[in-house]
Design a binder for this molecule. Structure first.
Ligand SMILES: [Zn+2]
Length: 250
């Protein structure tokens, strides 16, 4: 059953409480397409490859975690940005993007979905806008065993910095590029910090604090939230949903 563009935007906006977040890009409708939406495609990033896949699927709307118009980006519509927008506009496809509101949602969000798959019981939040999550493993694992669990859940080997045998019970995590939160997390009572990416300093902070660091991939750690959102929309609004995962080594 189709919904209107406005109904879909209002529904997701309320569900993810988009107005509560300060973000680096607009959350909601970023590129306007057709008014009636019966078929949605979800994916992590609105790359040209994902747009082409959405066109092939006959999508009326593409819903992503990483959209366009970031604060730091050149606002001009040139080169690859022109190509992406031209393809969306030519096929009348709506582009919706949800960044921090999708990371943070208590059930459908990237952190909630990743934590549940890893068997982490949430105990609290940390960092700005409560974007970081804290939780415990009921059965403590060694750092290496925990890293293997991460590998199994995400289907790729993570970068691991830590003592192999150290027990991991209290974990702080934040999907995507949250290496900048490691300082704040390291001041808490935790055994391991998990995010998507790494920077050079994390090696030293992990070694000197005794807190294990796992960088499991920006794309990989953020693949579940947008898929969960699409499934939720299919169930509650009756739209057709196809999730397309285009793996990314970063
Ligand atoms: Zn991200």
């Amino acid at each position: 059953m189709p919904v209107t563009r406005r109904e879909l935007e209002n529904y997701i906006g309320q569900l993810l409480a988009v107005d509560r977040f300060r973000d680096y890009a607009p959350n909601g409708l970023q590129v306007e397409g057709k008014d009636a939406i019966g078929r949605i495609v979800t994916g992590v990033t609105a790359s040209l490859a994902l747009i082409e896949a959405a066109i092939e699927q006959g999508a009326d709307a593409l819903i992503v975690h990483h959209g366009y118009f970031w604060k730091s980006e050149d606002p001009c519509i040139t080169r690859t940005k022109r190509t992406r927008l031209a393809r969306l506009l030519a096929h009348d496809i709506n582009l919706f993007a949800y960044h921090l509101p999708l990371d943070a949602h208590a059930e459908l969000g990237n952190n909630a979905q990743l934590g549940a798959r890893l068997g982490l019981l949430p105990t609290g939040r940390f960092a700005e806008q409560d974007l970081g999550w804290l939780g415990v493993q009921e059965q403590p694992l060694s750092f290496t065993a925990f890293a293997r669990r991460v590998e199994e859940v995400l289907g790729r080997a993570p970068l691991e910095i830590g003592e192999a045998d150290k027990l991991v019970q209290r974990v702080a995590w934040c999907t995507g590029g949250a290496q900048g939160y490691f300082h704040e997390a390291a001041a808490l009572d935790i055994d391991c910090f998990l995010t998507g990416e790494a920077s050079e300093f994390v090696t030293h902070l992990a070694n000197e604090s005794g807190i294990g660091y796992i960088a499991a991939g920006h794309h990989a750690t953020e693949q579940f939230g947008i898929a969960a959102l699409g499934e939720h929309l299919a169930t509650t609004l009756g739209v057709e949903h196809v999730h397309i995962d285009l793996p990314n080594p970063v």
